[in-house]
Write a protein that binds this ligand. Sequence first.
Ligand code: ME8
Length: 521
Amino acid sequence: MADPYYITTAIHYPNGKPHIGHAYETIAADVIARFQRASGREVRFQTGTDEHGLKMAQKARELQVTPRDLCDEMSTHFRDLFGRLDISYDNFIRTTDSSHHRASQALWQAMETNGDLYLDRYEGWYSIRDEAYYDESELSEGEGGVKLSPQGTPVEWTVEESWFFRLSKYAEPLLALYRDNPGFIQPDSRRNEVMRFVEGGLRDLSVSRTSFDWGVKVPGADEHVMYVWVDALTNYLTGLGYPDETPDLDKFWPADLHLIGKDIVRFHAVYWPAFLMSAGLPVPKQVFGHGFLLNRGKKESKSLGNVTDPVMLIEQFGVDPLRYFLMREIAFGQDGSYSPEAIVTRSNAELANSFGNLAQRTLSMIFKNLDGAIDAGIQENDADAALLANVREGIAGLRTAFEKLSFSEGLEAWIKAVFACNAYVDEMAPWALRKTDPDRMAVVLNILFRCVRDLAIAVRPVVPGSIDRLLDQMGVPDSERDFSALDDQTWFERLAESGFKVDKPEGVFPRVELPQTEDAV
Ligand code: ME8
């Protein structure tokens, strides 16, 4: 039986159209999901939209639409984008779904039964943009004496009757969790931040609001809606059928990985495990806080006028060059920058000129010089064996790095193996062998065919659409595109015996170009 693997992204606020940060996180999660599936795991991959809270209610008021209409419209944009990005999610959750209200209320009741909820009065600072409470000590002063949160967003003084969660009670159990499971929060820099925060002591958390009603109603206290983060975090359980004891809940909970951005680590690594402990549920295995994507080194914002629509990037460069660039260019976990020039440079150098060209040259020479036929009976020499070993090593490097979410490092190992193949082509010069030693040319081309197939399977989680078009041209069946196929030594013989012939190949990694004017991106 395949080992189950449950991965989630953050659920996104649909108070506007999706931005490049949403695309980045979801692509990374998709690469992980595809990688785990290719490794033989039974994967459940969930994403969605976070539709309640003051931020959504305010945005709807500003646009003079109902919150429901705003969510319906914007959530569709997220779903469309994820379709275009080839995101292989199993479940897209919307927190306005009735099943989610039911799950959130059940979790609330479990925390209440455990004596962790009480009614009191909240007085303190709240940031609507972050949907977060802050201590006075965390604030700084902005222009005109405005108080700002650590994220640089304005805060306002809030006074209202509120339910509280006994977060203070969980400081010690949380610290024990972090100590016993060093991998629970990653990367280490984020782990250290969270540990310092919890070591400073935790205050009870205000978990309901009465000043607006766009949220999940508190059971037995209808004038309260839950604090949006209480219901938002519950989405990870809702998607598995909670509170019913479903087979999915049994199989996939606790989650293997909550993939989120660095700004919301506190919610996932402090509040969420505390809620779960209170409700008597197991905590997730890992929370990974990735870095932020910057546009030429700057945070995108409407006031700077540098907001990029990810759909435009896909239309400009194609989905796979974008996916490859994001995974290759940025050390996962750290902040990273992107620009149209960087996407073009990376994609052309590695996808088009290196791997694409290798595949295209190989298939085209087999088509032209060997009548498209594959030959399983070849005798390899030392140089051939060395290349095959090099490719195996590159793929092993990719797999080891991807296991620890070091995508850039993994793709580095992979591209080195691609370079080795191209050096081999240049050295062997099969076009010259065609006249001098056609038998040796056949060996060289067959060795290359094997290398291309293996390298294609290895990189498939990153650029799935293009790789599937390539593997179709190579006669590799759908059922033989996972990592287990890399260990199967019989595939080549079976393919040769099947009488398969390479047809005139079509390149799958075309060169991409910069838009005519900067404004076009
Ligand atoms: O925080 N680069 O939603 P959100 C990389 N609804 N990642 C970025 C980014 C950037 N420039 N900007 C945002 C929320 N993100 C909550 C989550 S989960 C129970 C509730 C990431 O739409 C951000 O860190 O503001 C988060 O992980 C995700 O995009 C959604 O952000």
